[in-house]
Design a protein around this ligand. Structure first.
Ligand code: FAD
Length: 481
């Protein structure tokens, strides 16, 4: 494995400082201890299936990729280790979807993302109505700020959603697209021949098997496949940056969020004292967020810093601490927070909340210096920017393509970008965006019998537009029409 370029980028730190950290983790050697080994004998394993496009990981990126590739007629398999689709957006209880609109209120995250959210039934989505997007009206913005859909005094479309409807809707869209779903399968090793990925070996209750594919989409979020195939990645963990924290999210049921949010807005001093008291009692104390229902509160922290989500001892430690913190929060909220007297433990997330592990070293990363409104020639979509002082960010196909490894694309939170751009490129809407593009590109590559890096950009952009994605008018395919 090569993560030799880690430690490269640290300039993001001050932008995202927060006091929600636990810098108090136990000291553990960063050196890998030498361990005794056992020899695993070489053996032949059954080929379970062959396909055009194999997508490993059914989170936002993988789901969008499978739908996009399947709709283009590619024989597509989506392999997921859990029993549901959505990744962190469902199994991680990250049900607060970040901004789909830019600061003017225009929806720029479109295509798969738009269709998917529009298919969720009424009552499964909570967010501002379309005519409020971009509003700077103080009262409207204050209302939506409490419900996590207004920032910098501007209303944006950042809805909260019912995770169960998200799982089911994603599943049905993948199946309708003609893709095959393989749940309970863990992508273990890429199959690499002559510098190109040709499929993956997976583990399951049926043992170790292989799927062969013309193109593999690594949508594991952690670059499991590209790292094991030898592609370079970055892993600059900055202890002062919230985007590297881990935690297991949870939900409390039986609450009255309207009463809580009214108290929070009308009694800011009392609310501040409540937070300070909680922190004094248990160290790390988290704010309750609104969800898609008034009787459900969402906790997407407390964030714990300094843990490596690729290390199984750290993973266990974060789970243990999070579950304990959940019970401690219940006691404090029930005792002192208006609206929480009947709260109960509803669910802790089945998936560990990981913001960042590896980022691909790709041929065209998303970089901080590109946030100036430029339109990349290899544009596959447009991301809202971090704050109103920046233009929308043109996302290029090169951010999905490894520097040298062939046969593989890497959309989602492990795409190629710098640490600062990762703060928004890892968000769910952006993962839908890059996933859809990866699926389309993989299908084009498989159909043409070329490597993903050789896909004709004009073809890819035409397909993405036909699938409803938003690209700038100046993006080359449109300009050439
Ligand atoms: C606590 C927290 C709060 C966040 N807050 C927000 C927010 O408010 N708004 C927002 O938009 N985003 C937020 N994010 C970020 C966002 O949730 C993730 O970055 C996004 O879900 C990443 O999507 P993905 O598809 O790349 O990966 P993931 O969501 O991680 O999905 C990866 C999928 O691949 C599967 N998988 C992994 N490895 C394997 C393997 N080897 N074999 C088979 N399957 C595998 C996993 O089970 C999972 O289903 C937050 C993240 C965290 C952790």
């Amino acid at each position: 494995m090569s993560e030799t370029r880690g430690e490269r980028l640290f300039f993001a730190a001050d932008m995202f400082q927060t006091d929600g950290f636990d810098g108090n983790r136990r000291a553990r050697s960063t050196q890998t201890p030498s361990r005794p080994t056992v020899r695993e004998e070489a053996r032949d394993i059954p080929v379970h299936a062959e396909c055009d496009v194999l997508v490993v990981g059914g989170g936002p990126a993988g789901t969008a990729a499978a739908v996009s590739a399947g709709r283009m007629g590619a024989r597509t398999i989506l392999l997921e280790r859990h029993n549901h689709l959505g990744g962190l957006s469902t199994g991680g209880l990250v049900i607060w979807i970040d901004r789909m609109t830019d600061w003017s209120g225009r929806r720029v995250i479109c295509g798969f993302a738009e269709e998917y959210l529009d298919r969720l039934p009424k009552g499964a989505v909570s967010g501002p109505p379309r005519d409020a997007w971009g509003s700077r009206d103080a009262a409207t913005a204050a209302w939506w700020q409490l419900r996590t859909s207004a920032f910098h005094g501007i209303v944006t479309y950042a809805p909260t959603c019912d995770p169960e409807w998200m799982k089911l809707t994603a599943q049905e869209m993948v199946l309708e697209a003609g893709a095959t779903l393989m749940f309970h399968c863990w992508g273990a090793e890429p199959i690499v021949e002559d510098g190109a990925v040709r499929g993956a070996v997976f583990e399951s209750k049926q043992g170790r098997r292989a799927v062969l594919a013309k193109v593999v989409v690594d949508a594991t979020g952690d670059g499991d496949l590209f790292a094991r195939a030898g592609a370079a990645s970055e892993a600059d963990i900055n202890p002062g940056d919230i985007h590297h924290c881990t935690n297991t999210a949870w939900m409390f049921g039986g609450v009255d969020m309207t009463a809580f949010l009214r108290w929070r807005a009308e009694e800011p001093d009392q609310y501040g004292a409540f937070l300070a008291q909680g922190k004094a009692k248990i160290g790390l104390f988290e704010k309750a967020f609104a969800s898609w229902r008034d009787d459900v509160a969402l906790f997407m922290g407390p964030r714990m810093v300094g843990f490596n989500a690729l290390d199984i001892e750290d993973q266990a430690e974060v789970e243990i601490r999070s579950h304990r913190l959940m019970a401690q929060h219940l006691d404090i909220y029930r005792a002192d927070a208006p609206g929480f007297s009947n709260a109960f433990l509803m669910l802790s997330a089945p998936q560990l909340g990981v913001r960042h592990t590896r980022r691909l070293c790709g041929v065209g990363p998303v970089l901080r210096e590109q946030w100036d409104g430029r339109v990349r020639a290899d544009e596959i979509g447009v991301s809202p920017s971090l704050s109103p002082k920046f233009a929308n960010v043109s996302v290029g196909y090169g951010s999905l393509i490894p520097e040298t490894l062939d046969g593989l694309l890497a959309p989602g939170r492990h795409l190629a970008c710098d640490a600062t751009s990762h703060s928004f490129m890892r968000e769910i809407p952006q993962c839908w965006l890059t996933g859809q593009a990866a699926g389309a590109a993989a299908a084009l590559a498989a159909d043409a019998g070329v490597q993903p890096r050789a896909v004709t950009l004009a073809d890819l952009q035409r397909v993405l537009r036909a699938q409803g994605a938003f690209l700038h008018d100046q993006a080359p395919a449109k300009a050439a029409e």
